[in-house]
Design a protein around this ligand. Structure first.
Ligand code: ADP
Length: 408
């Protein structure tokens, strides 16, 4: 009996030991499983955070999350760049966004819990990325909205978008419309004035007067037509080079011969000398001959037009560069362009001499804009240099794909 009891106790002890070992093993296993799950969860969280940052950093716009207390909780790379590369996370909004024109709409969204969108114009110097040497304005869109519409006071998201490029394009467009209207209005007013004189003052019967008036009207009518034609050419070139261009290989010498032939009467009249400095055989341009003719015509005509008196030497030249580009130039030894005006000569409607004397009709101020756009449509570049009285030079550089040089 006693023996049976002892055996039973031993068995029970053994069972207890076995059970506790099993339990310990189970606990260890459980802890390991928990550790694995925690580890996997941490890895997932880390991967999600990495993915989130990657997406936010891929945004071109500055992005911020700001909590209800005005503390920045997330800021992407664009936001860091915008605010001088400063650390953004866990910093109060007021410490980071010092420009009040940015801070005001953000604070408004935070306080009112509403969606606030504001366009902000800043002088270049005051803009976050602006340098003190830059002029003009930068344009920004600040878009701040609650993160959760059902809980509008629990923090906001902010997007700040740089719209300077679009703003500048719009400014250029507005300037163009204003300048074009002004340029068109002047000859129109002159023509209308003469018509009024002819009709109201009954001058139509006086052949002498009428003829003179009609002559002036025709001159200004021609000018109107030229401005409209030039504006159409610019507009075609700006509509996208592929639409505008009709490229075909052609010999440069033929195109230049056309230009000098068309200008021959003025060349003769002004006793100007045209010097051609072209390689033989002539390089072949891969481009739209219509626009290249216009380029050389405008450049040579400008040289002649700006120097109506006195001897003038105009050189039209071309050579290959070591990089395989083609350098083309038109130079003259006339009055030249003052250094102050030189940076603006390619601007639309720019003229050094605003008013021409001798009653002649002034140029449109669009010739060099057309030249620049035509050259750029062929992937070339153009620059102007001028030492008045010595050399005024317009130099075009064409990449290899836009020509087959004489040596090729
Ligand atoms: P425009 O119709 O007045 O010729 P452009 O755009 O062709 O317009 O030229 C702009 C201005 O640049 C001209 O009004 C002139 O003042 C100046 N310019 C251009 N080419 C020359 C040149 N070869 N010599 C002197 N001035 C020039």
């Amino acid at each position: 009996m006693l023996l049976a009891l002892i055996i039973a106790c031993l068995l029970l002890g053994f069972a207890v030991v076995l059970l506790s070992v099993t339990l310990r093993n189970l606990r260890t296993e459980h802890a390991e499983t928990l550790r694995d799950i925690k580890h996997a969860h941490e890895k997932e969280t880390e991967a999600a955070r990495f993915e989130r940052d990657r997406i936010l950093n891929a945004l071109g716009d500055a992005f911020l999350l700001i909590d209800a207390k005005g503390i920045i909780t997330i800021g992407n790379i664009a936001a860091r760049r915008l605010f001088d590369g400063r650390k953004l996370r866990q910093r109060p909004l007021d410490e980071i966004i010092l420009e009040s024109r940015f801070a005001t709409p953000i604070r408004e969204a935070l306080q009112t819990g509403t969606h606030v969108i504001r366009k902000v114009l800043l002088p270049h110097q005051a803009s976050p990325e602006g340098g003190s040497n830059q002029r003009g304005e930068t344009a920004w869109l600040v878009d701040a909205a609650p993160l959760d519409r059902d809980h509008p006071h629990e923090g906001i998201r902010v997007l700040i978008r740089d719209q300077t490029a679009e703003y500048q394009v719009e400014q250029v467009r507005q300037d163009f419309v204003a300048n074009a209207s002004h340029e068109l209005r002047t000859p129109l007013a002159i023509i209308n004035g003469y018509i009024e004189n002819l009709l109201d003052d009954d001058l139509i019967e006086e052949t002498e007067h009428a003829r003179r008036f009609l002559g002036t009207m025709r001159k200004h009518g021609d000018r109107l037509a030229r401005i409209v034609e030039d504006m159409l050419v610019i507009s075609r070139l700006e509509s996208g080079e592929d639409v505008a261009l009709n490229p075909e290989p052609f010999a440069l010498s033929g195109c230049i011969a056309d230009v000098t032939e068309r200008l021959e009467p003025i060349i003769q009249q002004q006793k100007a000398t045209i010097v051609l400095n072209l390689p033989d055989p002539s390089p072949t341009i891969q481009g739209d001959r219509f626009y290249w003719t216009q380029v050389f015509f405008n450049l040579v005509e400008n040289a002649l037009k700006q120097n109506p008196t006195g001897p003038l030497r105009v050189e039209i030249g071309c050579e290959s560069t070591a990089q395989g580009n083609l350098r083309l130039w038109v130079s003259d030894d006339g009055i030249g362009i003052p250094a102050n005006d030189l940076p603006f000569v390619f601007h639309r409607f720019f003229r050094v001499q605003k008013h021409h004397s001798q009653g002649s009709v002034k140029g449109t101020g669009l010739g060099l804009s057309i030249v620049k756009r035509a050259v750029e449509a062929h992937r070339g570049t153009i620059r102007a240099t001028s030492t008045p009285g010595q050399e005024t030079r317009f130099e075009v550089n064409l990449p290899p794909e836009a020509h087959q040089s004489a040596q090729a």
